[in-house]
Design a protein around this ligand. Structure first.
Ligand code: IPD
Ligand code: CA
Ligand code: CA
Length: 265
């Protein structure tokens, strides 16, 4: 499939970092048994992937800024363009040798998200989208699912864990949502949750307390696949609040209606 010059740059960078992570995943499998465990190894894999991405993306677009989860913000001379990158989304899955993690690359131009790519090197799923040009999985065009009712829908979410998130709000969200849906899922990689909504595999997804690099690429994918993305209140402050709800028009609106009151008492 022919890509634009911009997407070619993103695909090349993602595949280069993906080869590194795929090698590291192979190492993890036998590191699980070592006393020290793979934690230090994974953080090294994470940082290595980000440096490979930084090297490729800044070689191709030298002036662009770069916001990466591991290395923070690196200003560019071209203030209109900035990469928003998570080199390894789904770190805990990766740490446990689970092949459900992704490289997430987004480009923000003059404040607007114009391109997103989410790549799982473990199964070679390459999700990508450019504003106005549709969303794709490899060479297959994507469309969000058409289900209109929560009671026929499978919804993904994030769940707090030790040291992260608000347990009270999450418990209230689950108590509210569980009786209304056909299924709930928690896969552990926000970028792939968003990509799976764009692909119609999930009918919707919500999560709080995320970072821009978890969401930026997935927002482009969902919107280009005909879906809707908002913050918990239904507004457009997703990157600012770190809260996101996505789905087709009906499901996204239903999730906002049900979730908005929670935590806003
Ligand atoms: C995490 C994953 C996870 C989400 C966490 C994120 P990381 O990203 O996306 O699904 O629930 O909030 O921090 O830390 O693995 O890059
Ligand atoms: Ca992440
Ligand atoms: Ca990460």
């Amino acid at each position: 499939m022919l890509h634009s010059a911009l997407l070619n740059v993103m695909v090349k960078a993602a595949r280069r970092a993906g080869r590194s992570l795929k090698r590291d995943l192979g190492e993890i499998e036998h590191l699980q048994v070592s006393l020290k465990g793979p934690a230090n190894f994974v953080s090294a894999a994470d940082k290595r992937a980000e440096e490979l991405l930084y090297d490729e993306l800044t070689k191709a677009r030298p002036g662009y800024g770069f916001i990466g989860e591991e290395g923070g913000t690196r200003e560019g001379t071209d203030k209109a363009n900035v990469w928003i990158v998570d080199p390894l989304d789904g770190t805990t899955n990766f740490l446990h040798g689970m092949p459900h993690f992704a490289i997430s690359i987004a480009l923000q131009r003059e404040g607007a998200l114009i391109a997103g790519l989410i790549y799982n090197p473990a199964n070679d799923d390459l999700f990508f989208a450019e504003r106005g040009k549709g969303a794709f999985l490899n060479d297959q065009r994507l469309r969000v699912a058409g289900r209109k009712l929560l009671n026929e829908s499978v919804i993904a979410c994030g769940l707090p864990h030790i040291g992260r998130g608000d347990f009270g709000i999450a418990a209230e969200e689950l108590r509210t949502i569980q009786p209304k849906v056909a299924g709930l899922r928690r896969f552990g990689a926000a970028s792939l949750d968003l990509a799976w909504v764009a692909a119609g595999r999930l009918d919707g997804y919500w999560e709080r307390n995320l970072s821009p690099w978890d969401m930026a690429a997935g927002i482009v994918l969902v919107r280009e696949a005909g879906g809707f993305a908002s913050d918990i209140t239904g507004g457009d402050k997703i990157l600012e609040t770190g809260d996101i709800i996505v789905g087709n028009e009906h499901i996204q609106r239903e999730l906002v209606r049900v979730l908005k009151p929670i935590g806003n008492k």
